[in-house]
Design a protein around this ligand. Sequence first.
Ligand SMILES: O=C1O[C@H](COP(=O)(O)O)[C@@H](O)[C@H](O)[C@H]1O
Length: 257
Amino acid sequence: MSVPNVIIHRDADMLAKAVAARVITRTVDVQSGKGSASLVLTGGTVGIATLAEIAASPARDAIDWRNLDIWWGDERFLPSGHPERNETGARQALLDHVDVDPARVHVMRGPDSGMTAEESAEAYADELRRAARPEDHGPAPSFDVMMLGMGPDGHVASLFPGMPALYETRPVVAVHGSPKPPPTRISLTLPVIQGSREVWLIAAGEEKAGAVRLALSDSGPMQVPAAGARGRQRTLFLLDRAAASKIPSSLGRLSSP
Ligand SMILES: O=C1O[C@H](COP(=O)(O)O)[C@@H](O)[C@H](O)[C@H]1O
């Protein structure tokens, strides 16, 4: 797993803009090499703000939207269209404004599908298995970019400290009793996250500073799930100054005043 590289921006607004530019550039680079790309979206404040900045970017259509696979790292187990679903936020912020191939937007199904949370997790695991290629050496694609938000408790996706999902070897699990509402969710697990080529942890705000420091220290992922979020080739901590306020200056410096 790759050692994290910390990049700090002056505030949450600049962070969202900079991450949006990074998504566009990285996706174009990957597509120019192999024709398609895979991007895992995150929910949360900065995650959705980043998608809105992609939509607003004059460079957004440098991405070949028809050759992009969109996945989610987690989803709240709520009906399609529910305002608290990560998918709803992503569609409103970006996906409804670009020419994605609907067949390549891989949604984690909610209760309106008629499935239980466990069945929805298994269905997503099947979709991941079908998308995996031999060179991925696992039950899921080696995603080109896995975007993850981070909670103040160090959770990533819907992997919360001390919860059973952190011990899972299956690629996707149902989460019950989430400390952050809603209580029932679907989440990728650490093995799938760690199979990604690049993992980008995106965090803004003072309330994340403690978790960021622990995630960059030698904390275990059971206590600080973000400490287990590492990519095979690259791991980025993309932070604003407030979220970076408790890490040693040797670990990262402001990208611009
Ligand atoms: O509930 C969730 O929270 C995390 C972090 O959200 P934030 O608003 O604190 O940035 C998010 O990454 C995750 O996708 C979401 O389901």
